[in-house]
Design a binder for this molecule. Structure first.
Ligand code: SAM
Length: 207
């Protein structure tokens, strides 16, 4: 889906992803001191707004201007400030001062663009900073609920670790993997609770 497809999807008064953070974000940042954070592919801003409420200086980046505008509105409704950027995360050039936290949640790209987005994510990361990625795992296609049905837009922790290794070489940085694997997410449906299978990768930049 390109930016105009996402704009069409977001062009409703309701929030598609609701106003609450993804369930994996709060536990993954619980042990971090709030600093600067960027949410790449922030959509309607649920995660960036939650980070701002928790004391982070948050930035949300997405190529859907309709999504970003909803993020801006959600921040105002929650009484917090955040910086909003309309940009393609495969080419976005982050500010030179690295962020303390880079979040990437459910960005659905083919392999080449996914790698470019991971290079952006590492470029955005300051020394000592943490990168948290959550995405739809390939296994979800056969064993999980919902999510994209085209395998080209699904991923594995190994895919992400390969992308991050490429980014380390390209950008001459060093990352330490803190978590990498599959996690289960509960989804409430009209037919009861279902389980979706996600990938979660968390790394820290040490040099
Ligand atoms: C499934 S939504 C997830 C939104 C948000 N991360 C969340 O979890 O609520 C995927 C988002 O990725 C954005 N996106 C896809 N490709 C992008 C790109 N190349 N650059 C910036 N944003 C992109 C879409 O506009 C959409 O908002």
């Amino acid at each position: 889906m390109d930016a105009s497809d996402w704009n069409a999807r977001y062009d409703t008064s309701e929030l598609i992803w609701k106003g609450e953070p993804n369930q994996f974000l709060p536990p993954e940042v619980a042990d971090l001191t709030p600093g600067t954070a960027v949410d790449l592919a922030c959509g309607e801003g649920r995660n960036a707004v939650w980070l701002a409420k928790k004391g982070w200086t948050a930035t949300g980046v997405d190529f859907s201007d309709v999504g970003v505008e909803k993020g801006r509105k959600l921040a105002a409704e929650n009484g917090v400030d955040a910086t909003w950027v309309v940009a393609d995360v495969t080419t976005w050039e982050p500010p030179v001062d690295g962020f303390d936290l880079v979040a990437v949640f459910y960005l659905q790209l083919g392999a080449e663009e996914r790698r470019a987005s991971m290079i952006t994510a590492v470029r955005a990361l300051g020394v000592g900073g943490t990168l948290v990625l959550v995405g739809h795992d390939l296994l979800n296609l056969t064993e999980g609920y919902g999510g994209p049905q085209n395998p080209a837009f699904l991923l594995t922790a190994e895919d992400i670790l390969d992308d991050l290794t490429a980014a380390e070489v390209l950008l001459d940085v060093e990352l330490v993997t803190e978590k990498s694997g599959r996690v289960e997410r509960s989804v409430t449906t009209d037919d009861g609770e279902r389980t979706a299978i996600d990938t979660l990768v968390r790394v820290r930049r040490v040099a």
